[in-house]
Design a protein around this ligand. Structure first.
Ligand code: GLY
Ligand code: GLY
Length: 310
């Protein structure tokens, strides 16, 4: 098996005028991750590359293009996890970092810790030479306008994540030729969130989880709901009990809807290369590159196929 990469660009009510750019963005990110695998990179390298591509793409709420908090500032969260060792690294509330996923990876590989927050995360970035970039290079006109337009915070319950209130998160999961799985998730978080609010994305077992003994998962959706049900680990626990990846994701998302009225989505890959992309919001852009083709979709039930050029 040469490996599989699956990505999502966030589960929310993506407006029609962002659909084409969302398809293009997830397809490009899946190809980026896959090309890393083809060059002999690990699943960890692939998810980092795929998420970096989406952080750099302003159509998604992460890195460049992140939503702004109540004070009009950017506070970004990210996690990465290695399914071979259960090591993970995460950052919360970082500012002026172009690629929070790479900082999360550095936390995993270069510190004895798993999660660094705000000032400490930024100080660590500086200490290892990850550049601090000017705010203007990350804040888009769209993010600024969205922030100005809505003075009230979106509660993010089911209806909100199915309206234009929310703009959510990017993520990737991958399995490499050695059967190692990895996940990564990165977000600007909820628009107009309280200063200092931390969502699900950087929290292990909620925004993502990866274990070679089972699967890798990256989640998206209403953070407070995902945290309540520890969505990534909930999906894993269904898979551990023998359910398919798609059924496990669907059951878990349905449970989150029923139990705490939260909507969201998830992508999953197993060590044997099976994968699924599932959501309960109106839309979620996703793409998957496996041995057979490039698959992608955004609307419920949609599954386009592009043959791979040799
Ligand atoms: N799209 C921003 C968020 O709700 O995470
Ligand atoms: N799912 C991203 C957040 O709630 O921050």
């Amino acid at each position: 098996m040469s490996g599989v990469v699956v990505v999502h660009g966030g589960a929310w009510a993506i407006p029609d005028d962002m659909v084409e750019d969302s398809y293009a963005g997830v397809k490009a990110a899946a190809c980026e991750g896959s090309s890393v695998l083809k060059k002999g990179g690990s699943a960890l390298d692939a998810v980092e590359a795929a998420v970096r591509a989406m952080e750099d793409n302003t159509v998604f709420n992460s890195g460049h293009g992140s939503m702004l908090n109540a004070d009009g500032e950017m506070e970004m969260d990210a996690i990465i996890m290695d399914g071979s060792t259960l090591s993970s690294g995460a950052v919360t509330s970082v500012k002026n970092i172009a690629n929070p996923v790479s900082l999360a990876r550095a936390v995993m590989e270069k510190t004895p810790h798993m999660l660094l927050s705000s000032r400490g995360a930024n100080m660590f970035a500086e200490s290892i030479g990850i550049a601090t970039v000017p705010t203007d290079t990350l804040v888009t006109e769209y993010a600024r306008k969205e922030w100005e337009k809505h003075t009230a915070f979106a509660f993010g319950v089911l209806e909100d994540f199915n309206s234009r209130w929310a703009h959510d998160t990017v993520g990737a999961v991958a399995v490499d030729s050695a059967g190692n799985v990895a996940c990564a998730t990165s977000t600007g978080g909820l628009r107009n969130k309280m200063v200092g609010r931390v969502g699900d994305s950087p929290i292990i077992g909620s925004g993502g989880y990866a274990d070679n003994l089972c699967a890798a998962v990256s989640c998206t959706g209403h953070g407070e709901s995902i945290l309540k049900v520890t969505l990534a680990r909930l999906i894993i626990s269904h898979i551990e009990r023998g359910k398919s990846l798609a059924d496990s994701s669907q059951l878990s998302l349905q449970y989150m809807g029923d139990r705490v009225q939260g909507a969201g989505g998830a992508i999953v890959v197993s060590p044997s290369g099976q994968w699924a992309a599932t959501f309960t919001t109106k839309r979620m852009a996703w793409a998957a590159l496996d041995h057979e083709a490039l698959w992608y979709g955004l609307n419920p039930g949609e599954r386009f196929k592009e043959e791979l050029s040799q």
